[in-house]
Design a protein around this ligand. Structure first.
Ligand code: HEM
Length: 643
């Protein structure tokens, strides 16, 4: 297994002709949809390393990568110091352990519902009427699906009994979702998922709570800064996507391919190179760490759904009695071993460099270095943390950033290949052909010119949010901004983004259809939680919002552009594609596709589409009220959808 810190399999450096300078120029060229001026700089918290790309940078509003947020409303990393964390020591210590100690998310049949009604007293929160029929399909399946059914019956905030004395309040209302997510730290903590994932994530940023989380977030989030992500598109994303497509081209017309595993492998390779400067080479080899990552992730998924949380028992005991637990523990050992070695090697390399040039010199030239990985950034910042802490933080990035993107691509591809979405796929291919011509894979400039492609990715995240449900726990009693409903202290909560994104109240009668133009004409930009008034929240919101959002969108569209440009895919007839749950939405049996090589095509100016005139075909008259606000109003405009 290769553990060197200089990548060989993926050539580094910006491709010929691509410089930060012409990236900026390109963005100016394609900013026909509106401009604003902003300073783009980023700082490392400890080291006072400060990077800056241009004193003022004009950014296109076409892509959410260049963000359509208004600064006043957006969650800002600097706000982290203003969170008034709840003092858990003052609250009873039970606040951080579920009242049953279970964290079980299995819905209860109707007799349990009745019991809860009796025991729960006269809460004004409606109770979901969970029938045995609703839950028989849940074992090993997806809880997020019946949550949608119960929302339709009980409304956007309801109580779901999960056992004789345990329950979850399920929240799917935009204002309540915003309220709960923004009040992380002062009123809510992550709760169940933090407990279920601890065996893998350790003390990493993704699942820590309160002060320990804050320290790690302040160290890790700046590493995913804008210029780093931009550089990664050209250094890594396009090339990994190319490699993925090459492996698929080899099967031209032959055996069907499971596209879900292809996306998983490509996403793992990308995150490995970008975060650790390590090539897992998942697309071509079956290194043990790959399988270990899958096994451990699956266990986090299973634990957060377990009816009986036996995983809380001592590790040695579990190892002895449960093959599943033994496999999970072994997987974690393999992953930690690899990441520990990578951290140590990178530390040595930085020490050597400091002897000759010093970290300050390195920082100035950070992105031109042969190894601009997140790991290197953190080490060069000389933050006083242990190797174990570094390892856990990097593992957080690896795990949080791997399956998520792959799952969006899987489900988005599934939608694009459905016969009823043939027109959407045709439009997307037209855009790819117009922009890419015969180029095998896109660079950053190309991606900035393909707003429809990005719309498709957002529409995939709307229909298949990853993860579909977030856990939270109230650490104080709290009133929701809906009919005065009160959440009691210690109450576990499921924030269902799946419900939020599919509710016809938020998206109209066509809410379950794949229609990238539902957000309105392309010149209105890309959707985010801000310009949809929290009807669309793909990356969470508030303090725990995903710091890898830009990375994810660019990675996803780079992979799609490469694949859909060069391959014709069709769903294998008779193969059932069903959703099953976990941390992300998986297919039950893979996404099997037949693949043939597609001819490259350039498009004459005369044959180009009128992109500004493009309108949705699937929404109903009147659904314009769900469009994003016009750009002129985007800064302070009111979302037209009444709530
Ligand atoms: C389409 C892809 C992705 C989606 C949909 C996604 C979504 C999310 C969501 C919803 C959360 C917060 C969950 C909550 O509030 O409970 C989150 C957290 C996080 N994500 Fe992503 N993510 C994606 C890709 C990435 C990538 C590529 C990276 C890193 C390179 C990343 C790194 C993280 C980290 C470190 C956290 C934890 C942040 C914290 O708790 O402070 N994500 N992600």
């Amino acid at each position: 297994m290769t553990t060197t810190t200089t990548m060989r399999s993926v050539p580094l450096g910006l491709p010929p002709g691509v410089t930060q300078g012409n990236v900026q120029q390109q963005r100016r060229l394609c900013s026909s949809f509106g401009r604003r001026r902003r300073r783009t700089s980023f700082h490392h918290p400890k080291k006072r390393i400060s990077f800056s790309i241009g004193a003022t940078t004009e950014t296109t509003e076409t892509s959410s990568f260049s963000s359509s947020k208004t600064e006043e409303e957006a969650w800002n990393e600097d706000d982290i110091d203003n969170i008034a964390f709840v003092d858990l020591a003052k609250e009873e210590s039970t606040a951080i352990s579920n009242k049953s100690g279970a964290g079980a998310t299995m819905a209860a049949p109707d007799w349990m519902t009745q019991l809860n009604r009796l025991w729960g007293g006269a809460s004004e929160i409606p109770v979901a009427d969970a029938k045995l029929d609703d839950i028989t399909g849940l074992l090993g399946g997806g809880l997020f699906q019946p949550l949608f059914k119960w929302m339709k019956e009980a409304g956007p905030v309801y109580l779901l009994p999960t056992g004789p004395i345990t329950s979850y309040v399920v929240i799917s209302d935009p204002a309540c979702v915003k309220h709960v997510l923004f009040n992380y730290g002062s009123k809510y903590i992550k709760g169940t998922i933090a407990e279920a994932g601890e065996f893998l994530f350790g003390k990493g940023v993704a699942l820590q709570e309160l002060e320990p989380w804050k320290m790690r977030r302040k160290a890790v989030a700046p590493a995913l800064h804008r210029a780093y992500v931009e550089a990664m598109v050209d250094r890594t994303f396009g090339q990994c996507a190319n490699k993925m497509v090459e492996t698929m081209e080899k099967t031209n017309g032959g055996k069907s391919i499971n596209i879900e595993s292809k996306f998983s492998q490509a996403a793992l390779d990308i995150i490995g190179i970008s975060v650790f400067n390590y090539d897992f080479n998942a697309l071509e080899t079956a290194a043990p760490v790959i399988q270990a990552t899958y096994t451990a992730l699956k266990e986090v998924e299973t634990r957060s759904m377990d009816l009986l949380p036996t995983w809380r028992l001592p590790e040695e005991f579990l190892r002895a009695v449960s093959p599943r637990q033994k496999a999970a523990q072994d997987a974690v050992v393999i992953i930690r071993d690899v990441t520990t070695r990578l951290v140590e090697e990178c530390k040595k390399m930085v020490e050597e460099e400091e002897k000759v040039g010093g970290a300050e010199a390195w920082a100035r030239d950070y992105l031109n270095e042969s190894n601009p990985s997140v790991l290197r950034y953190l080490i060069a910042a000389r933050e006083e943390v242990s190797s174990t802490q570094l390892r856990d933080d990097l593992l957080s990035l690896l795990v949080a950033g791997h399956e998520t993107t792959a799952s969006v691509l899987t489900w988005g591809t599934y939608e694009l290949l459905k016969p009823e979405n043939a027109e959407q796929l045709r439009i997307l291919r037209q855009e790819l052909d117009e922009v890419l011509g015969t180029k095998p894979y896109p660079d950053f400039n190309d991606l900035m010119k393909m707003p429809y492609l990005e719309r498709c990715f957002h529409e995939a995240m709307r229909l298949y949010p990853q993860p579909p449900v977030y856990t939270r726990r109230a650490v104080v009693e709290d009133e929701l901004p809906l009919n005065g409903l009160t959440i009691p202290r210690n109450q576990d909560i499921l924030v269902s983004i799946f419900n939020l994104h599919r509710d016809p109240k938020n998206w109209g009668e066509s809410s379950l259809e794949f229609e990238p133009m539902r957000f309105g004409p392309l010149n209105r930009g890309q959707p985010s939680e801000l310009n949809t008034e929290y009807r669309y929240v793909p990356f969470s919101a508030g303090p725990r919002r995903c710091p890898g959002d830009k990375f994810a969108v660019l990675e996803g569209v780079a992979i799609w552009a490469t694949m859909l440009r060069r391959l014709d895919l069709s769903l294998v007839e008779g193969h059932k594609v069903e959703m099953t749950s976990g941390a992300t939405i998986h297919t039950r049996n893979g996404l099997l596709c037949d693949v043939t090589v597609r001819e490259m095509r350039t498009v004459n100016d005369d044959d180009k589409m009128d992109w500004d005139g493009l309108r949705p075909t699937k929404t109903k008259p009147g659904d314009e009220k769900y469009w994003l606000p016009e750009r002129a109003a985007a800064g302070g405009g009111k979302c037209p959808v009444p709530h």
